[in-house]
Design a protein around this ligand. Structure first.
Ligand code: PHE
Length: 358
């Protein structure tokens, strides 16, 4: 092997060893740079006789071209390698399972609410909503519970700052204020249609469509243990017309409970009680005919025939209008329906519990 072909071979080996473009450029300088091997050989030509200069010069050029070919080949190889590495790093494995989105679901108490609304909806009840920060008037006074009335101490009320008798000053302790709020609106609307001149004067004793409404929502009392939470849910029911009696309350509520629990043999008991805004009043207890709860009376609602004073505060003449109301705690209904024994589970937000209701 002559000196030139061995230089080409050395260059090829050196390029082969370069693992990055920067290393390759360094190796290139050793052969083709200003003081590289080829440049040195060119300088040496000057000392040769003319004839030899020609052939030797041509041979060196051929060697130089050979080195450049090797250099370009290596450059291309390094570029290919880099591209491959990048492609691999960014590769998608199309056989991987897709990313799943967790599927959500309604809270068990919301499921109960939907059920309540649909059952009462099928009996012609509309759904109303009202404020959770309530005034003393709607929460107590208008419901026949004047100041200093002992019944006020039945509720451990959260009071908020400020407020006067009509201004908001407490967290509603029950949904019963909605009886007044809804009825007053209802009466105003229909009364304006019947006798606009007298729309706001005295008690209304004309004809109007019945009031048939449920009002679900959050309620608050100073109370907290496994079966009481400071925030809980109630659903008020109100049916006022010209001939709505306790018998209708019994029928409607019995029908509701049996449908809600999908149990036509469920037994109900209306136990005499006291509420300032109903007379007579009753606690409603239910009993399952079989299962783990069989034989126990479980209280689910307060109820009664709307007190004449409350009918008056609705703007109606109690000589013509009469009706019933009930208020049930539907966290309790949810616990019974799903067999949950600690109310607090509903409000912890623990997905291990909640996802069971999806
Ligand atoms: N508001 C009563 C309570 O929270 C329940 C009730 C509602 C009683 C309507 C009678 C009529 O205890």
């Amino acid at each position: 092997m002559n000196d030139l072909s061995s230089i080409i071979e050395m260059a090829r080996l050196a390029f082969e060893k370069a693992l990055t473009p920067a290393e390759l450029e360094n190796s290139k300088a050793l052969f083709l740079g200003k003081s590289g091997r080829i440049t040195e050989l060119m300088k040496g030509l000057a000392a040769l006789p003319v004839e030899e200069k020609k052939t030797r010069g041509a041979a060196i050029n051929v060697a130089k071209q050979g080195i450049e070919v090797a250099l370009n080949a290596r450059r291309q190889a390094l570029a290919d390698q880099e591209l491959q590495a990048q492609l691999q790093a960014e590769a998608l494995d199309v056989t991987l399972p897709g990313r799943q989105r967790g599927s959500g679901g309604l809270h068990p108490v919301s499921l109960t609410l939907e059920r309540i609304e649909s059952i009462f909806g099928s009996m012609g009840f509309e759904v109303a909503q009202g404020p959770e920060i309530e005034s003393d008037w709607f929460n107590f006074t208008a419901l026949n519970t004047p100041e200093d009335h002992p019944a006020r101490s039945m509720h451990d009320t959260f009071y908020v700052e400020g407020g006067s008798a009509h201004a908001p000053n407490l967290l509603r302790t029950h949904t019963s204020p909605m009886q007044i709020r809804h009825a007053v609106q209802h009466v105003k609307k229909h009364r304006a249609a019947v006798d606009p001149a007298q729309a706001n004067q005295g008690l209304f004793s004309g004809a109007m469509p019945e009031i048939r409404v449920i009002a679900p929502g959050r309620t608050y009392r100073v109370d907290s243990d496994a079966t009481h939470s400071p925030m809980f849910h109630q659903c008020e029911g109100l049916w006022v017309g010209e001939n709505i009696s306790f018998k209708d309350l019994k029928f409607v509520f019995t029908d509701f409970c049996r449908t809600f629990f999908e149990n036509p043999d469920l037994v109900l008991r209306f136990r005499p009680s006291f509420f300032p805004f109903t007379e007579p009043s009753a606690e409603i207890d239910i009993q399952f005919p079989s299962g783990t709860l069989a034989g126990r009376w479980l209280e689910v609602a307060g109820s009664g025939q709307v007190h004449p004073n409350v009918i008056r505060n609705m703007g109606l003449d109690p000589e013509r209008y009469i009706g019933f109301a009930f208020g049930m705690g539907f966290d309790r209904l949810t616990m019974l329906r799903y067999g949950v024994n600690d109310l607090r589970l509903f409000f912890d937000g623990d997905l291990r519990f909640l996802s069971q209701f999806r």
